[in-house]
Design a protein around this ligand. Structure first.
Ligand code: ZN
Length: 99
């Protein structure tokens, strides 16, 4: 993917999750996920790589393929976060992804 997060650090008890567009199935980001359960939000600091430059993105996160809005820009504990719009994305756990 085009954007690699330079601030990203490996944390314990996390795994890589591929986030893709629910409409056209294009992978949009690789996210470092902690814990079980559905993906509710993506903290910008835990995005490992993405199709668009997350730091410079001004609006909401859109699919680079079909322009569908996938997540809304906001904050979580004063940190930049993208809140997933329910039902717009697919996720897949990447067990062989090293980061
Ligand atoms: Zn799409």
């Amino acid at each position: 993917m085009q954007y690699k997060n330079p601030f990203h650090k490996k944390r314990k008890n996390t795994y890589a999750l591929e986030v893709s567009c629910g409409n056209c199935k294009i992978p949009v980001a690789i996210y470092q996920k902690a814990g079980n359960g559905n993906l509710i939000k993506m903290l910008a600091s835990r995005i490992i790589e993405a199709e668009t430059d997350i730091e410079k993105l001004e609006g909401h996160l859109k699919c680079p393929g079909c322009q569908l809005e996938l997540a809304r820009r906001g904050t979580h504990n004063k940190e930049l976060a993208y809140w997933i719009i329910r039902g717009k994305i697919n996720t897949k756990r990447l067990d062989n992804y090293s980061f």
